[in-house]
Design a protein. Structure first.
Length: 131
């Protein structure tokens, strides 16, 4: 499965959904992330930590280590797929209202043919396979 920044933040911030997310992570034989998801999770968690980006980035790295997440490279194909995701499901275009990070998470999951692990109700309005 590909883990979206929203799922990473939910676990690190000890949000109520963290238990369901952890169960899905533990049940998966392959966990993927991307540099863009790491960036987005680090910044999002830093906001929760009153701006402490160093601590947030360290927590995200620890999360990736614990989950044994493999990093996906963002290549031209994934970039094109992200643009296509925006065309179909982007903010201001579709009910899913995917932002840039969402479009890249969608593209990574789609390209690697794995389900997407996320928190929220944006991706449920797309055709992505949900973890």
């Amino acid at each position: 499965m590909f883990v979206d920044a929203s799922a990473i933040i939910a676990v690190l911030a000890k949000e109520p959904e963290r238990f369901a997310i952890r169960d899905k992570l533990n049940a998966s034989d392959r966990v993927f992330a991307s540099p863009l998801a790491v960036y987005e999770a680090s910044l999002g968690f830093a906001r929760i930590l009153d701006g402490d980006i160093v601590a947030a980035a360290a927590a995200v790295r620890d999360f990736l280590t614990i989950t044994k997440a493999r990093m996906i490279s963002i290549d031209d194909i994934i970039g094109e797929m992200a643009v296509d995701a925006f065309r179909q499901y982007g903010k201001g275009r579709h009910r899913a209202a995917l932002n840039m990070g969402d479009c890249f998470a969608y593209a990574c999951a789609r390209h690697h043919r794995v389900p997407l692990l996320f928190k929220g109700d944006d991706f449920v309005h797309t055709d992505i396979r949900v973890a």
